[in-house]
Design a protein around this ligand. Structure first.
Ligand SMILES: *Cc1c(COP(=O)(O)O)cnc(C)c1O
Length: 428
């Protein structure tokens, strides 16, 4: 199926849904209501929907706590002491890693700081960080304050990659050139894998190779990538990465993050880190002795004992991902977002009002399209919301629409397009 076969008709959308091998997954999620109507939900890039099984998973741990209290730490197959192990197979598959390279812990912003403690070690000569301009605010603050923590000036130490004049997204060749231009002073390349505002996917493999060739470490914030696009962190040789689980990974508001640390750093007791007892050698943890001995792999970056209720909600979602499979999810995602792109193209033939700033190339995007609305964008967005469409508004003029392959349908996309068309007419 390629884009040329798409059709702007409800019958076509229904036929695509009928043929969709993942169609049954939609009914496993709760959809919110807006103004009394079930929403057409395209905001999984901000907060994924709740799986109907989440309650049971949490309830089971509440029962364990009620029945066993402290004995729950070591009792039976689901002993909390080992709870971190459960999510590893799914996480490893989602980010393309070995199980010992991933672990669920903390929140994204905390993790990125802890990982930079290990992987941003500026020296007098090598202290620069390359990142994308317009990064997510938390990432900007993290880089700024990490640099200041080392008594450096962000103006000297942080290099922001800017799109070319008149363009919205970055060209890989330009990114690679900036990396190589700074090769004598570069300590770290730290950027998002999928840019939250434009929806652009960066060529993480090429960036990692270029960063390493320049003598730097390379890390990615995968908040918008994890559970959305195929990732091969191990194969790409990425040093470290972190993500959150509440966007595409449907694990609940503010829920637990995950980290990746490449196996080449699995046994690096000399890497600086801010340690806690949960990263200490498991066999000796309760000896309560001095002298930190990190666990092998990503586990050695854990600080605190695991949040069991958070992990239960996380697991409810991961089990669904395992069942659906990233391969099938991606195949549908390309078609579904392709359909959204096609319909917007039909409505907006002369691109007079809407410009899609997300790359056209499927390999350079995930499920989200960012629509730059040239005039009256906020009014269009409000009109969509009045019609129970949940997308999101990014100042000053972008509407982000993210149809997810797990719970969105072709009919959702079709209905959205009809309402968008009406809204543009009404507001013209
Ligand atoms: C969503 C998002 C965050 C959020 O960080 P939290 O620590 O989970 O609050 C950070 N960075 C990026 C790029 C994001 O998209």
């Amino acid at each position: 199926m390629d884009n040329t076969n798409y059709s702007f008709s409800e019958a076509f959308a229904r036929e695509m849904d009928e043929k969709d091998p993942l169609k049954s997954f939609r009914s496993r999620f709760y959809f919110p209501k807006v103004g009394g109507r079930e929403a057409i939900y395209f905001c999984g890039n901000s907060l994924g929907l709740q799986p109907k099984t989440t309650k049971e998973y949490i309830q089971k741990e509440l029962d364990n706590w009620a029945e066993m209290a402290v004995d729950g730490h070591f009792h039976g197959e689901d002993a909390w002491y080992h709870v971190r192990k459960k999510s590893k197979p799914a996480l490893a598959e989602i980010v393309g890693a070995h199980e010992h390279e991933v672990v669920a812990m903390n929140n994204l912003s905390s993790n990125l700081h802890f990982l930079m403690v290990s992987f941003y070690q500026p020296s007098k000569d090598r202290f620069k960080i390359i990142t994308e301009a317009g990064a997510f605010p938390s990432d900007m603050y993290m880089l700024e304050t990490q640099v200041k923590f080392h008594f450096l000036d962000p103006k000297d130490a942080i290099i922001e990659l800017e799109p070319r004049e008149g363009e919205y997204t970055l060209r890989t060749e330009d990114i690679l050139k900036v990396i190589s231009d700074h090769k004598d002073q570069l300590a770290l390349v730290m950027m998002s894998g999928l840019q939250y505002y434009t929806g652009q996917v960066f060529d993480m493999e090429a960036i990692t190779a270029a960063g390493h060739a320049a003598g730097a470490k390379v890390g990615f914030d995968l908040a918008h990538a994890a559970g959305n696009i195929p990732l091969h962190l191990h194969e790409w040789g990425v040093d470290f990465a972190t993500w959150c689980s509440y966007k595409y990974m449907n694990s609940g508001p503010g829920n637990i993050s995950g980290i990746f640390v490449h196996e080449r750093h699995a046994e690096s007791p000399d890497l600086p880190r801010f340690a806690g007892w949960w990263g200490h050698d498991e066999g000796e943890r309760f000896k309560m002795e001095k002298g930190f001995k990190p666990m092998f792999g990503a586990d050695g970056w854990q600080l605190a004992n695991s949040n069991v209720l958070a992990l239960a909600a996380h697991q409810a979602s991961l089990d669904i991902f395992q069942e659906a499979g990233m391969g099938q999810l991606r195949a549908k995602s390309e078609l579904l977002t392709g359909y959204l792109e096609f319909l917007i193209g039909q409505i907006n033939r002369d691109r007079a009002v809407i410009e899609i700033i997300t790359p056209k190339n499927k390999n350079e995007r995930g499920c989200q399209l960012s629509l730059l609305v040239k005039k009256g964008g906020k009014a269009v967005f409000d009109e969509l919301y009045q019609n129970a469409i949940v997308g999101d508004w990014r100042h000053p003029n972008v509407i982000r629409i993210a149809p997810t392959p797990l719970y969105n349908s072709y009919l959702d996309v079709f209905r959205f397009a009809k309402i968008l068309e009406q809204s543009l007419h009404k507001l013209a």
